[in-house]
Design a protein around this ligand. Structure first.
Ligand code: PEP
Ligand code: MG
Length: 904
């Protein structure tokens, strides 16, 4: 039979699965000899049994009996004893902190008799009756489901009758009256009397805590925080100590370091003559913890001593709840404290310097998400003259200020003149890319956190507020209106805060992130503040430990140069289709409209030198590092005008329609696809449109030869997209090899180029053994692989129903953000294994967006990939996580995991 109850002297901090965070840490503090009121913990396992069967597990009652008996004998009084009652608190405590989500009942053990005993012992009638009414109130609400407002109304009623301004003005008799009223409320609402038997009170409170695990707000919180639904909560039964016994009593919270900045010092708040719930209720203002030195020096000194003990013991910043009862300090709770991103980096390095943790542990104490937060610009402070217009979704953090513009070309135009602009749209689509690149930030009135605007902005590291539904955006007229009728026209300055979702009219000053300036090389570690120094140290260690390399997804020399400054080890994905936009679109049109080989050749010949120039620039920026160039992937109709617009234009023109427009419309209609994602794209284009891939390969080879002649060290890798069968790859590879040989012969310079493929279709993953025979490398295109594995068309599903899927808990996070390990991940593992079996030196990477996602980076490490590739802005995050993944894997292998930081 499992053990369901642990005395505080029996547990320890590593038993969180069983005792919950609070119980495990109470036990740890007890065993450290710190002043914890005695008590015991009922395990989460008992809760799980209760939730599954609706009954308490057999044997629990007996165990509770014996632990209660032991507690009573230690305290020298019995639960609810009439002349001197032992009172207990019954508190929830799950493995992960769920602040305010579950229930607590204090003062259990009071009834019509023991209230007199308490009054006599405390020498304070008022205190005793106040405690009693608190019990009935909490018990009524929590255990018997009585509407809490009824109790509050009764208090207000009595206060009004007495002319009392606050609870503090109420007398013992007032509380006595409230006890009577509260009992009547319970009777009427719950259809039963408030139980006077202390043990019955305790047992019912325990069940109520168990039940509160499934309260709607707790379910919602778990979903948001991704806490598993089946953990259950432990229950802590702790002898009561009272902070409300007079001016020599009080309650407070303390942090061993500043959770906001990480600075060392004394941080916290104290409230004299109060219980914890008074602090939360904000009835009186707390004083800074340092004031306690003046109020009660002995307790203050003891608290500081305990804080130091706890920090050294947990080897981390702790937060603490304490109570002082008549000059005696009691510890009610401690845990590894939550902190801001900046504090996390600073504290990790402080603890390293103190010798409390090693460098591996310092790297484990910070996360890629925290680093990402440090990299976004932020608003310095609010200034007068700035109106908040609305709040949308905080889609991509950062702060951006600029003139509102409503179209992509206008954004490009104004930005080209050196103006800062914010692109405002109802929603964005791939045509808005240039405008998004040019803008300081993006604001949309529609779409959620996985909308096009949000996803693309995050990838670029650009501030984005999306789904600001209160804004009425009129793109045609170039204005939007906000609640209250404020109209913002093109050119009006707005500020958007991607961290909060706030949108302002006017300019809020913005600060550059020093961490980005450091990565950019504008700020050296030596010049930086302690945060920059901390980031520098942690990154250095992560790089030293990482096995995965980090490459960049980029397709311009500028981005390549930035990626390099950010620490990229090459380019993992250069999407060449971006090179076919703008003025060059015309050439693609000519290619599509060409009626014979000659026309086609002319169009390709015109494109080739432009492509060559593109590649030369990128090879130069990435000199000496690999550059993986993916041949054109999207369906060609993406480069043609919109079918509806063109049809209307031709129809309206009637007989006078332009011949070219007619031809174009014919081509657009011919190429139109129901499901372009699954249509004529990727390698299929290369096989169906003669000369297209060949032109690109020739441009790559010639650019590489030119760079080599100029003394450079180009390292091209040619990547074929959307391969599903080895035969497709073989055909393209043979053609490419022929062209590479031709260029080598003609130029007299032989630059070797690897030829490999993306794995982005399930069939490719499942036949990876065959494909590897023809591929020198694989790069997992997990954007498409996720689409095709789930059968999701990303552009359609994200906006249509992903928010509902998230709410329903079908998945905790979008599979387009974090790699779906069970499905997509399994395909990757199969492909890695079979690919390497066929070709042991097969080089493996990932270039879908997951390459910059922390959890996915850890997966890639475990799956044995050689590199991850992500957008330039995500490179530091991926570097950090690559190091952390290696450290975690090494610790798991050696069984030396320290379990240091478990805060969520
Ligand atoms: C992918 O599919 O993961 C990929 C990188 O290709 P794209 O996003 O360009 O389709
Ligand atoms: Mg793809």
């Amino acid at each position: 039979m499992p053990k369901f109850v642990y005395d505080f002297t029996e547990g320890n901090k590593d038993l969180k699965d069983l005792l919950g965070g609070k119980g495990a840490n109470l036990a740890e503090m007890t065993n450290l000899g710190l002043p914890v009121p005695p008590g015991f913990t009922i395990t989460a396992e008992a809760c799980r049994h209760y939730l599954a069967h609706g009954t308490l597990p057999a044997g629990l009652a007996d165990e509770v009996d014996s632990h209660l008996a032991a507690l009573e004998s230690a305290m020298g009084k019995k639960l609810g004893q009439s002349d001197d009652p032992l009172l207990v608190s019954v508190r929830s405590g799950a493995k992960f902190s769920m602040p305010g989500m579950m229930e607590t009942v204090l003062n259990v053990g009071l009834n019509d008799e023991s209230v007199h005993g308490l009054a006599a012992q405390a020498g304070d009638e008022r205190f005793a009756w106040d405690s009693y009414r608190r019990l009935i109130q909490m018990f009524g609400k929590t255990v018997l489901d009585v509407d809490g407002d009824l109790f509050e109304d009764a208090i207000e009623d009595v206060k009004r009758a007495r002319g009392a301004g606050s609870d503090g003005d109420l007398t013992a008799d007032d509380f006595k009256e409230l006890v009577g009223r509260f009992k009547a409320i319970v009777k009427e609402q719950a259809g039963r009397s408030f139980p006077t038997d202390p043990r019955e009170q305790m047992d019912l409170a325990v069940e109520a805590v168990f039940n509160s695990w499934n309260a709607p707000r707790a379910i919602l919180y778990r979903r948001q925080e991704r806490i598993p639904v089946d953990l259950g909560t432990a229950v802590n039964i702790c002898s009561m100590v009272f902070g409300n016994m007079g001016l020599d009593s009080g309650t407070g919270v303390a942090f061993t370091r500043d959770p906001a900045s990480g600075q060392q010092g004394v941080y916290g708040d104290y409230l004299q003559n109060a219980q914890g719930e008074d602090v939360v209720a904000g009835i009186r203002n707390t004083v800074p913890l340092t004031e306690l030195e003046r109020i009660d020096k002995a307790s203050y000194d003891r608290l500081l001593e305990i804080m130091e003990t706890l920090e050294n013991h947990y080897r981390d910043m702790c937060d603490i709840e304490f109570t002082i009862e008549r000059g005696k300090l009691w510890m009610l709770q401690t845990r590894v404290g939550k902190r801001t991103a900046a504090a996390a980096f600073r504290i990790a390095c402080q603890l390293l310097d103190q010798g409390l943790i090693d460098r591996d542990e310092a790297a484990r104490r910070v996360t890629g998400d925290q680093l990402a937060q440090l990299m976004f610009p932020r608003f310095a402070s609010r200034v007068d003259g700035v109106t908040k217009l609305t709040r949308g979704m905080n889609a991509s953090p950062g702060a951006a200020v600029g003139k509102a513009v409503f179209t992509s070309p206008r954004a490009v135009e104004l930005a080209g003149r050196g103006e800062d602009v914010i692109l405002v749209r109802r929603e964005t689509n791939p045509d808005d890319l240039a405008g998004m690149v040019a803008a300081k930030g993006v604001l949309t009135s529609r779409g959620g956190k996985t909308s096009h605007a949000a996803v693309v902005a995050r990838g670029m590291g650009k501030t984005c507020v999306c789904g600001a539904e209160e804004l009425d955006v009129d793109v045609k007229d170039g204005h939007f209106t906000a609640p209250g009728g404020v109209t913002v026209r093109e050119g009006d300055v707005i500020s958007i805060d991607g961290s909060s979702g706030d949108v302002y009219l006017g300019e809020v000053p913005v600060e550059d992130s020093p961490v980005v300036r450091y990565f950019e090389g504008e700020l050296t570690e030596a010049d930086g503040d302690d945060l920059v120094k901390a980031v520098h140290r942690v990154m250095g260690h992560a790089d030293a430990r990482a096995r995965l390399r980090v490459r960049a997804n980029c397709d311009t020399p500028e981005d390549a140069a930035r990626a390099r400054r950010f620490g990229a080890a090459g380019i993992g994905l250069c999407r060449t289709e971006h090179m076919f936009l703008g003025d060059r679109r015309r050439l693609v049109e000519e290619l599509i409209l060409a009626e014979d080989d000659e026309g086609r050749k002319a169009a390709l010949d015109a494109l080739e030198p432009l492509q060559k120039q593109d590649f030369e620039g990128i090879f130069e920026a990435m000199d000496g590092l690999p550059v993986t160039i993916r041949l054109i992937d999207p369906p060609l109709h993406e480069f043609l005008p919109d079918i509806t617009e063109l049809s209307v234009k031709v129809a309206l023109a009637g007989d006078g329609a332009d011949a070219k427009d007619r031809k174009l419309l014919e081509a657009v209609t011919r190429l139109h696809e129901q499901n372009p994602m699954l249509g004529l794209r990727g390698v299929r284009l290369g096989l169906v449109i003669p000369g297209l891939f060949g032109m690109q390969v020739r441009a790559i080879a010639e650019a590489a030869a030119a760079r080599r002649r100029a003394g450079g060290d180009p390292r091209p890798e040619i990547m074929i997209p959307l391969v599903g069968a080895v035969q497709e790859l073989e055909a393209v590879r043979d053609e490419a090899r022929g062209i590479l040989a031709e260029v080598a012969a003609a130029s007299g310079v032989d630059v070797p180029a690897l030829i490999g493929t993306m794995i982005e279709l399930p069939r490719a993953a499942l036949t990876a053994g065959q494909i590897a025979e023809a591929a020198e490398f694989f790069s997992f295109g997990t954007n498409d692989l996720t689409q095709t594995t789930w059968g999701f068309s990303r552009d359609d599903v994200e906006a249509a129903f992903f928010s509902q899927y998230l709410e329903l808990g079908i998945f905790g996070v979008s599979p387009f953000e974090t790699l779906d390990r069970e499905g997509v991940g399994r395909l990757i593992r199969i492909a890695v294994e079979e690919g390497r079996r066929a070709r042991p030196d097969l080089h493996l990477g990932i270039c879908g967006e997951h390459g910059g996602d922390p959890d996915s980076v850890h997966f890639c490490h475990g799956a044995g990939l050689d590199y991850v590739s992500c957008s330039p802005f995500r490179i530091p995050v991926a570097r950090l996580e690559a190091g952390r993944a290696a450290i975690e894997a090494a610790e798991a292998a050696s069984g030396s995991g320290t379990g240091g930081s478990d805060s969520r």
